[in-house]
Structures are given as C-alpha cells and as structure tokens.
Design a protein around this ligand. Structure first.
Ligand code: FES
Length: 104
C-alpha cells in the first residue's frame, strides 16, 4: 500500500463539492459530503464517464450522464444501470489540514 501525503488542502473543498486529482496513474475524485471527505475512482462503472460534474447530496454522488447514484462511503450504486461499485480510497485529515489518501 502507498500513502500519499499532503495531497490537497482540506479547506479547498466545501460540502457537496469535489476535486479531481491524478495520483500514481489513477484518476481520483475527492468529494466532501456532510463534513466528511471521500475519495473514489473518477469513472462511472456504467459507461465509464468521468464523475467530476456529478451532483453530491447526502453522501451520494450522481453520475452526470445517466444519473446512477453512488454511495460515497461504500462506492455501491443505486438503481439498475450498474451493479459494479466504485473503488473507494481511505481519506484522513492530518493535523496540518491536508488530506492524506491511501492508494493500493
Ligand atoms: S455513464 Fe454513469 S450512469 Fe451511465
């Protein structure tokens, strides 16, 4: 497992917003919902569109193309279009306020 430090300043993301980052060849979407940070693969498991412009509400990220909602806590989708979960990555906030991601 690789831990990536000082990825992004926590204050740069507000609730119901996301930021796309590229880390070690992975396209990752960092999201904030209900005051918590989440990180998921930035690619829908239905038709592989980026989730960057997806709406976030109550810990769910909606795909901007067909609207599948993914639970940011587990990556699991709701609905019938896909049953494949998004990959999720552990995120923590360090004392310096930066976000740390664990990539595998
Ligand atoms: S591409 Fe995301 S729901 Fe279809």
């Amino acid at each position: 497992m690789t831990t990536t430090d000082s990825l992004i300043a926590a204050i740069d993301i507000t609730d119901n917003r996301s930021v796309a980052v590229s880390l070690e060849g992975k396209n990752i979407l960092i999201c904030k919902a209900n005051g918590e940070y989440y990180a998921v693969d930035n690619q829908c498991t239905h038709q592989r569109t980026e989730l960057t412009k997806g709406r976030i509400r109550n810990c769910y990220l909606s795909c901007p193309l067909h609207g599948v909602r993914f639970d940011l806590r587990t990556g699991k989708p709701l609905g019938e279009l896909t049953r494949v979960a998004l990959k999720t990555y552990p995120v923590s906030v360090a004392d310096d306020g930066n976000l740390h991601l664990e990539l595998d």
